[in-house]
Design a protein around this ligand. Sequence first.
Ligand code: NAI
Length: 467
Amino acid sequence: MTNNSFDLAVIGSGPGGYVAAIRAAQLGLNTAIIEKDKFLGGTCLNVGCIPSKALLHSTKIFHLVNHEISSHGIKTVGVSMDIATLMQKKTSIVDTLRRGVEALVKKRKISIFKGHGKLLGNNKIEVKGENNSEEIVARSIILATGSKVAELPFLKCDGEHIVSSTDAIAFDSPPEKLIVIGGGAIGLELGSVWSRLGSEVSILESLPRIGATYDPDITQLAERIFKKQGMKIETEAKVTGVKIDGDHSIVSVDKKGKTMELMANKVLLSVGRVPYTDKLGLEELGVRKNDSGHIITDESYRTNVDGVYAIGDTIEGPMLAHKAEEEGIAAAEIIAGKTAHVNYKTIPNVIYTEPEIASVGISEEEAKEQKLDTCIGKFPLTANGRAIASGTTDGMVKVIADSTTDRLLGVQVISHNASELIAAAVVHMEYSGSAEDMARTVTAHPTLSESLKEAAMAVNKTSIHSF
Ligand code: NAI
């Protein structure tokens, strides 16, 4: 075997790619990673999940100090935010994790090739660096090249007036007026960050509700809470055009048939993401994609081309780091000759606002669409002792169970730390648990987790702490 010959080459080093490579190396495969960017870690680590969570954490502290701390008897004077330090902190968090991922990969003796990977056929990949180009050969290839920002037919990001999430995690000052197009995870998270830092934030969502994958009772509560925090939210408000006028933009919005015009200093385009497979050589090789640009695979992540696999945002399914990781592990195990699968029914989803919104399984609406008979249990955080003690009573838990079998179909949570609470629901669902299993699981008191148990009890009308 020459130095450029591998059992497996993974193109892309995001959470799907680097995790696949590590698992493959653990299983004894001689593995390479090809990455076009300077750092490993992909969108999630470099410009997505991690930097946004760093900013959300810092700005949450700022918001608490400004708005809530005095009720604890803590007196502050002259509180201000130094944006440069905030951004440095975010960068140092990202740097720490970059070093961590690189160390994990190198420790497993995975070869790293820096450059743009392109399939050449016959198991060959061209890696084009800034100044050189080389070829590697791999028995199996995993495509883990992720996704890019979706744009609108009439609106492209220019990095200045019309920005993407990558720009909006690095503003050097809060824009006076920030218009966010799209009330999904990115819009709500980055809208929260800049609203806490003083921007007047307006979220424009074309659907009747923000966070549309959650049930209306959850999103209506979220909308009320976010409006109370200061964000403006317009639903059924479809952006139809943007005109740039000097240093600001005029955004045209169709709100239930009426046209409004809004002024913004910055416009954040967060209307989704699309698979990123540019210049990968898919067309030349005949790798099949569907109409939305996702690579088509079978349940073992095999494309129609022998030896070529695809995972993560490049294929169908929620564009989530943890979904990509699970697929990376499964694909590596399959390539190494094992059996593996991902349980798509138990992939949690989180929006990291305050309170956070999290779910697993199907919503009540989806259950109705599937003509399933359900029993619903709800519990408000206002009735949870820990929430009252810690001033985090905004929220509720909703449990959706099958009315015949009592089996859990889904759980939705809007609460402080919902991203952590949802893990218990995921475990119950992973083991095909029932609402009664969840209701009879002992939960430490006082904790926010008790509200999961109480919502499960409410399915069978046995909640102790609510009516
Ligand atoms: P999204 O698909 O979650 O939300 C986009 C929203 O934009 C939708 O509600 C859509 O109805 C709305 N929209 C589309 N066109 C519009 C128009 N012309 N006017 C007004 N509204 C319009 O997309 P988002 O937030 O950009 O996120 C992209 C991907 O990244 C998603 O798959 C998301 O799950 C993932 N992501 C996940 C995060 C998390 O897990 N916390 C954080 C950030 C991103």
